[in-house]
Design a protein around this ligand. Structure first.
Ligand SMILES: [Zn+2]
Length: 217
């Protein structure tokens, strides 16, 4: 009986797809465009089965549309900034950049092995200078227009870890990492003035036909 050995057969075809740029997407193309975008994962180290499920569904859509004659843009990237990187760096005692890039490399390898049909030429990571210069650019616009401001506000704080904790990281009043009690601390923080747009947001809900009522609520 012939055996299916994924490490052999899949590797072979993935290499051929890569050489032929099967998953690439050109900006100029006569075919109708179609955009498939899944959530960019946080590079925590390894893909878990939740990732595999989510990305398989997106990949099925992308492949289906390609076969139906669409020019499919199916990119991938990494949501690589934030508190998890800070916490992991403290935990493993290594610089956050080192930890983050190592994880991106490993997760990219796993995604390639799964054969997910991404246009890897368009890969982004929010920790790349080429990416976050745009975050800084838009933040500056907000700031100059009075829509970003600083003020004191209470945060969850762990004295032992010396970090802020998200609400989900406080378990029964203690820190999820070290089990020490969490305190409320006044810290100067940045805020976006979203309330300026609250009425407009509410008014414009009527411009969204077909949205489920529970989502609008
Ligand atoms: Zn702690």
């Amino acid at each position: 009986m012939e055996k299916y050995i994924p490490q052999e057969i899949e590797k072979k075809w993935q290499e051929i797809w890569r050489q032929e740029h099967r998953d690439g997407c050109k900006n100029e193309d006569a075919r109708p465009p179609y955009y498939v975008l899944e959530m960019f994962p946080y590079p925590s180290g390894n893909l878990h089965m939740g990732h595999v499920r989510n990305y398989t569904i997106g990949d099925v859509m992308a492949r289906y549309r390609r076969m139906k004659g669409f020019n499919v843009l199916h990119p991938m990237g990494y949501d690589a900034f934030g508190m998890p990187a800070e916490n992991a760096a403290i935990k493993h005692n290594i610089p956050p950049a080192e930890w983050t890039y190592k994880n991106i490399e490993n997760m990219t390898r796993q995604q390639r092995e799964l054969g997910l049909s991404y246009d890897w030429d368009r890969e982004v990571a929010t920790c790349h200078k080429e990416y976050y210069k745009w975050t800084q650019w838009i933040f500056e616009l907000f700031y100059k227009r009075g829509l970003a401001y600083r003020k004191e506000a209470k945060v969850n704080w762990c004295e032992h870890c010396n970090t802020v904790l998200a609400n989900e990281q406080v378990i029964d009043g203690t820190c999820w990492r070290c089990d020490q009690p969490v305190v409320k601390k006044d810290l100067k923080q940045w805020f976006f003035k979203i309330t300026d747009y609250a009425d407009r947001l509410l008014d414009d809900l009527k411009l969204l036909p077909g949205w489920p009522e529970r989502v609008k609520t």
